[in-house]
Design a protein around this ligand. Structure first.
Ligand SMILES: C[S@@+](CC[C@H](N)C(=O)[O-])C[C@H]1O[C@@H](n2cnc3c(N)ncnc32)[C@H](O)[C@@H]1O
Length: 269
C-alpha cells in the first residue's frame, strides 16, 4: 500500500490526525508526506498504522499515540495521566516572557508542571532564569524531568512533589506561574473519554472549579519578593471571580486570541 492510499482511505479519525500519525511512523514532518505519496509503506509500519488508527477511531488521543506534542515551536514528550500541552497555554508563556528582561537574573516557580512545557519554554527563552517546578503527580515530574534533560535545562530546574506552595515553604520568588486545574467537578462526566485520560488531577479544580485560585490568593503573598508578580491561566468564564479573589494584587485579566478571558496577572506591591 502506498502513502497516498492510506491518506485518502476514509476513516472516522480526522485527516489531520491520520497524516500526523503516518508522518510520525515514517519519521518525517507532516508536510514532507506529500513528497512520499507514491512510496510503498513498509509492512511493519503498515501494521502499526492499522493498530493505531483503530485506537484513534475510538477517541484515543493522537498525542498519546505518538508520545509527543508541540508547544511554542518545540516538541515535548507526553504520556497518559499528564496534561497534553494546549495552544492557549502558549499565551500564558507569551505574557510571562513580556515581563522577563533577558538581561536580568530571576528565580521563578511553576505550580503544576505537567509535561514541563511552560517551565522549560521559559528556561529556553531566558538563559538567566532559574525555575522551581512542583506537581502533586509523580508521573508529571518524571515527564518534566525527561523533557528538561532533552532540552538541556535540568541544571536550572529544581523539581519538587507536593500541593500548592507546600514544597517551597520558606522560599521567595520573583514570579509564580501556573496553569492549574480549573474545570468544575460536575463537568467531569461530560468530558470525552480521550480527555479523561489526562487525569482528574490535571483538569478538575474542585466543586466550583476555581478552588486553586482561592488557596493561591491566600498564600501567594508569602512566596513573592517585593514587586514580584504572578501569571495564571484561567477558565474562559472565570475572569470576574478570579479578579475578585486576587483583588489585593491589582489583577489584570487578558483575553487570548480567540477573545476569551485566559490569563490573570497580579503584582505584589
Ligand atoms: C492543567 S495541568 C497543567 C500542566 C502543564 N503546566 C501545562 O500547562 O500543560 C495542571 C497540573 O497541576 C497539577 N496539580 C493539580 N493540582 C495541584 C496542586 N494543588 N498543587 C500542585 N500541582 C497540582 C496536576 O497534576 C497537573 O500536572
Amino acid at each position: 500500500m502506498k502513502v497516498k492510499d492510506l491518506i485518502l482511505r476514509p476513516s472516522k479519525a480526522s485527516q489531520r490526525d491520520r497524516q500526523l500519525l503516518l508522518a510520525h511512523l515514517l519519521g518525517v514532518k507532516a508536510p514532507e508526506l506529500y513528497l512520499k505519496m507514491e512510496e510503498e509503506v513498509p509492512l511493519q509500519l503498515l501494521e502499526k498504522y492499522e493498530k493505531s488508527i483503530k485506537k484513534l477511531e475510538k477517541g484515543y488521543p493522537l498525542q498519546y499515540l505518538i508520545g509527543e506534542w508541540d508547544f511554542y515551536g518545540r516538541t515535548f514528550k507526553v504520556a497518559e495521566e499528564v496534561l497534553i500541552p494546549r495552544p492557549e497555554t502558549e499565551f500564558l508563556v507569551e505574557k510571562t516572557l513580556e515581563l522577563l528582561d533577558s538581561r536580568r537574573d530571576y528565580t521563578g516557580l511553576e505550580i503544576g508542571v505537567g509535561s514541563g512545557c511552560i517551565a522549560i519554554t521559559l528556561l529556553l527563552e531566558r538563559e538567566r532564569l532559574f525555575m522551581y517546578g512542583t506537581d502533586i503527580n509523580p508521573k508529571a515530574l518524571e515527564l518534566t524531568s525527561i523533557n528538561a534533560e532533552n532540552y538541556g535545562v535540568s541544571q536550572r530546574l529544581k523539581l519538587l512533589q507536593g500541593k500548592d506552595f507546600e514544597p517551597v515553604k520558606g522560599l521567595r520568588f520573583d514570579f509564580v506561574v501556573s496553569n492549574p486545574p480549573y474545570i468544575p467537578e460536575g463537568l467531569w462526566e461530560t468530558l470525552p473519554e480521550g480527555v479523561k485520560l489526562e487525569g482528574k488531577d490535571a483538569l478538575i479544580g474542585g466543586k466550583k472549579g476555581w478552588e486553586f485560585y482561592e488557596r493561591f490568593a491566600q498564600q501567594v503573598g508569602d512566596f513573592l519578593k517585593e514587586n514580584g508578580f504572578f501569571v495564571l491561566e484561567i477558565g474562559h468564564d472565570q475572569g470576574q471571580i478570579v479578579r475578585e479573589l486576587l483583588r489585593d494584587y491589582s489583577p489584570k485579566i487578558f483575553k487570548d486570541y480567540s477573545g476569551q478571558d485566559r490569563v490573570v496577572i497580579g503584582w505584589k506591591s
